[in-house]
Every structure is written in structure tokens, then in C-alpha cells.
Design a protein around this ligand. Sequence first.
Ligand code: GLN
Length: 542
Amino acid sequence: MVKYIFVTGGVLSSVGKGILTSSIGKMLQTRGLKPSVIKIDPYVNVDAGTMNPYMHGEVFVTDDGGETDLDLGWYERFLDLSLKQENNITTGLVYKTVIEKERRGNFLGRCVQIVPHITNEIKNRIKTVAKRTNADIILTEVGGTVGDIEGLPFLEAIRQMRLKEGFKNTLYVHVALVPILDVTNEMKTKPLQHSVNELRRIGIQPDIIIARSPKMINAEALRKIALFGTIPEHAVFCSYNVKSVYQVPLILDKQGMGDFICQRFGFKCTAQNFNEWQQFVNAVLNPEEEVRISLIGKYAGLTDSYVSMNEALRHSGAACKTRVCITYLEAEKFEQDPQCVKDLENFDGVFVPYGFGSRGTEGKMAAIEFARKNDIPFLGICFGFQLAVIEFARNVCGLKNANSIEVDPNSPHPVIALMPEQRGVKYKGATMRLGSHKVILEPSTIAYSLYKRKEIYERHRHRFEVNLDYLKVLKENGLCFSGKSIDGRRMETLELPDSFFFFASQFHGEFKSRPGMPSPEYFGFISACLNKKLGKPKPVFS
Ligand code: GLN
């Protein structure tokens, strides 16, 4: 019988529910159990694909091409899972399905209502994931904060699930902030108490409360939380500030949370084994070296815009026993003051991430040009790949005003063009080239030496690609396209063989990067940055 854990949040958002949900999964997984995770997002967008990463953070892409909330990235990284589109449920998706059913006549004669039709759809979606994944535990994180109007149908649905699935098979975890007041240095549990009351008003009594606090909660705060939350003290846990998010499952397990959940569910499981995880955490916490990376972005104000990329860089750092310090630089800075680009000399590597639209593109290309000419290790991802092609076309091949159709539709040299299948596409939602696609790597290239195989699968999210009309001139001038789609018509990776490390990919290696198993392209980049810094020769990967 599958068990369901529901995670709700109180007081304010961004208390790290995604990390906590992933951590609960990890504690169970290290005891030999099989978890899967669902994220509920109460917004009306059908998926996260049409939202600005600057406001909402990165759009995470699943193997099956889902454009999802970034929390799925945390679940995948912590649990080494490949989740699907269906692991992200939004208000938009739920209503769309119910309304389509109504139009088809599925509810003929009846009045379609939030309860039971919307709530049934939510429950069905959760149960579908349970059936399909065959998991022992389904963790469902409800986004937003208890009390939000838009979250109500979801909370009602998870409340109903206890009736059907039974107490033995359901568990409610409530996470809320416990701030410490500067003036008195006191831990304040009152906001948490209020959020528990709000949850109860909706009909949910939590089984576990996690206090999210800067420091480990003291006995007094613990006593109050248990008393007012109506739960035993050993069901209260604290997620305090730690250096690395990857420590969170370790600190909660130490407090007994993993054992508590297993007992509550009557799981007869093996003793937890955190060995590998602990090793990775040790590598993160005790680096021997440090490299400084400049990330030339456009959504640099919100680091969540590049969260999977950050993590992929850090996974690679851990594998090289190296701390990766990332400085976010606004690309437009290089346009306003071209001298600024010289500052890149102070970095061990230049990283140009994904992006959309024209703002900041000239600045990003100035950074790429500087990296190429000064032989500073460079990694470009997706838009970063496309801009590296444009920069090369302009400054090495002499194709004046070369550009991407996305940036300049009238460019005389559209070296990056719209993919043919995108031509008639009018709708913006879920219409890019998305998800996992096979890439064939050329032997004796950096790409091949990094991945150590001829065929790889990586995730994509783009509308534009290298224009085949320019392949010949780019190649003749020394640009090597070392990875291609199966039909050979889509350029997937590029490299400059003579440089220290100049590599870019149309795909997004970061989505498959894991603690202890960094994305090969990111690993190659960080290794090169480190070698360059230490004055060693360029790394050989095979
Ligand atoms: N804007 C580019 C495209 O759509 C790159 C997309 C990206 O960086 N994810 O092709």
C-alpha cells in the first residue's frame, strides 16, 4: 500500500519547502524505500514555461519535455530521479482538464463544481503518479502558503485523501518559519502557531511540524510548538541554517525524523545509509582549491533563475575538491562600458547561460570574445552556445552583423535560425523543442572525451538552431561541431580544439547533474578552470 506525505508551508513562502521535501525523500530512500515527488503549484498557468525566470526562478525541464517548477530540479538532484511532466500539478492544468471534460460531455446533466470535480481531478492526478511510479511513498509539496485563496482546492483535496487512504497511509508535514528577533534574540513561535491554526481551520491537523529557523530551536520553543500544535515533542523538528542545502537531510535524520516517519508508517526498512551522500557533503564543505566563475546573465538579480546551473557548477566543484565562487554579472554592463569586459581577467572561467530575447546579447558576446581571445575557459549553454556561434561568425569568419533571427530578424547573416518545425507555431506554451533528445558525439573530440560514449541523451529547450547554410564557413575557420542530432542536421555541441577549454552545447547538461555525478560538460569546464588557475596543462578527460 502506497503511503502519502503532504508538505504544506506557513508564515511565508521561500522557507525552503522544496529542499525539505527532497530531504524527507532522501531519508526514506537511504533506508531502501522508493519515493516519488509531486509539486503542486496553485497558479493559473498550465505550466511554468511561460513565466519569467526573473520573477519565478528557472524553468526546469524534465526528460519527457515538461516545463516545470524549479523544485522538481531539487527532487531530481536529491533523489537521482527522472520525473515527468505529471509530477507538477498546477491550477491551470487541473481546470483545463476539468473544463475539457465538461465540453466533451463527461459530466452531462450535472453542475460542475470545485468540490467534488476539481478536488477529484487533483486526487486522481496524485494517485496516477502513485500507480505509474510504483513508489512506496508519494511526497506531495503544496506550493505557496497555507491560507492563500488559490491553494484552497489543493488543501481540500489532500484533506480528503486521509478519509479515503486512511490515517496509516497519510502524513501531514507542516513547515513554518520561526524567526529570531534581533532586539531580544528571542525565538518567536507565534507566527508558526497561527499557520497551524489556519491549517486546522481547513481541516488538516499536522503530524509533523518543521520549524525553519536560523538556529536550532531551544527547548522552550520546541515545547510551545508541540503544545500549541497538538503533537508530541518528538514530532517537532528543526531545519536550521546550514552551509550547504545538501546537509539538510543529514541534520533532520540526526534529529530522528527518518525513524519517526518509518515507525509511523510501519515500514520494516533497512538502517539508513548516508555514506555516499556524506562523502559528497564532505567534499562540498572541505574544498582544497577555489575557482572564480563569472556568470554573464540577464536575470542575474535572482540567483534562482540559474539554480540548476549553479548546482551543476557546484557538483563539478565537489568532484574536483574545489569551491566554485560564482559572480553574477549583468551582460548589459559590458554594453554600457566596453572597458568592463577586461574585469573578466580576474576570473578563472566565463560562463554564458541560457537566455531569450535581445537584451544583453551584445554584452554576452563581448564576454565570449574576450574569453576566446584571452584563452579563458568558457562554457556556453543553449543561448550561450548560439551566441558563441554568432561571435565566431562575426569576429573570425568576418560575417558582419551576423546574428540570430530571434535578436535581429533582418540580419544579413542569420547564422542562428528558427527551426523549420517552429515556423507555423503560434502558441507560446509548451511549443519549443523540449526534453530529452539523442546526441551523437564525434570520436576524438572534447565532447567525446567528456562523455566517454558516442550516444548521449540530454535535455533541450529552444526554438532556434545553427543555420546549416553557414556550417561550411564556420568549420573552415576552425569551429568544430562535435555533437549532432541523429540526422546530423542539428548542431548540439561546439568546441575550439586548440583552446584551453572553449565548449558550448545547445542542450542543457545542468538538468541531469547530480551530487557525486556532475554533468560532464560542467565537469570539463571546472576542471579546466582549476588547471588553468594552477598553471597546469589543459585537462585530458579520457
Ligand atoms: N532563445 C534561444 C532559443 O529559443 C535559446 C533558448 C535557451 O537558452 N534555452 O533557441
